[in-house]
Unconditional design. Structure first.
Length: 214
């Protein structure tokens, strides 16, 4: 299986993302609705819900924005893609092409996605589809995932993975620490307690999948 990490700009929620330099959106799920629409669920942090809802009302790529859940300053939203949004999404091709989204998040700069592809030809076709629909595409990394890698895959959520990587790269696990739990909380616009819980659950998932005796 081929795994590609890449950025896509001018895509779904582009005008909303452009309005906030601290916005952070983490992909949660995407599915077809009963009326053949496409629904996207994501976690929002870094901006107030009220300000986000005002901006998203004018976003041409989505409609029917609804708040589903909230945890401190992190909010779970769902939106339906408009025709404009669907034209900038490759979601409707995933099942037919054996393509899947592994992780995804968005900032003011656009979306960063990690996706699996069956081969290079399919990846190239998706890059061309993004560009043809007015989205920029920049490949960050490309690697082959083996069957052994698949067997050792963890059950980390996107939010856990992102926080663990940031904590590691920022020196949270160094001795002495180069970043505090409160500073991580500020970066992700969540509470220090939420950072602690997310880190513990993520580490527990890694131990369960990688180190636990069979």
């Amino acid at each position: 299986m081929l795994v590609a990490e890449f950025t896509v700009s001018e895509a779904i929620l582009h005008s909303t993302l452009s309005a906030f330099n601290t916005i952070h959106i983490t992909y949660e799920a995407q599915y077809r609705t009963a009326d053949d629409g496409v629904r996207l669920l994501f976690w929002l942090s870094g901006v107030e819900a009220s300000a986000f809802e005002i901006a998203v009302d004018d976003d041409p790529t989505v409609t029917d924005c609804r708040l589903i859940d909230a945890d401190d300053s992190v909010y779970l939203y769902r939106v339906d893609l408009t025709q404009s949004g669907r034209s900038k999404s490759t979601f409707l091709r995933w099942a037919e092409d054996d393509v899947g989204l592994l992780n995804g998040y968005a900032t003011q700069d656009g979306w960063q996605l990690e996706m699996r592809f069956p081969d290079r030809e399919t990846l190239i076709a998706y890059r061309e589809a993004y560009v043809a629909n007015g989205c920029s595409f920049f490949l960050l990394s490309l690697y082959q995932r083996s069957a052994d890698d698949q067997a050792n895959a963890t059950s980390l959520t996107s939010a856990q993975r992102e926080l663990l990587v940031e904590a590691y790269e920022s020196g949270y696990f160094d001795i002495p620490r180069r970043i505090t739990q409160n500073e991580l909380a500020s970066q992700f616009a969540i509470t220090s307690q939420s950072v602690s819980e997310r880190l513990r659950r993520g580490i527990a998932s890694l131990i369960e999948s990688m180190l636990r005796r069979k």
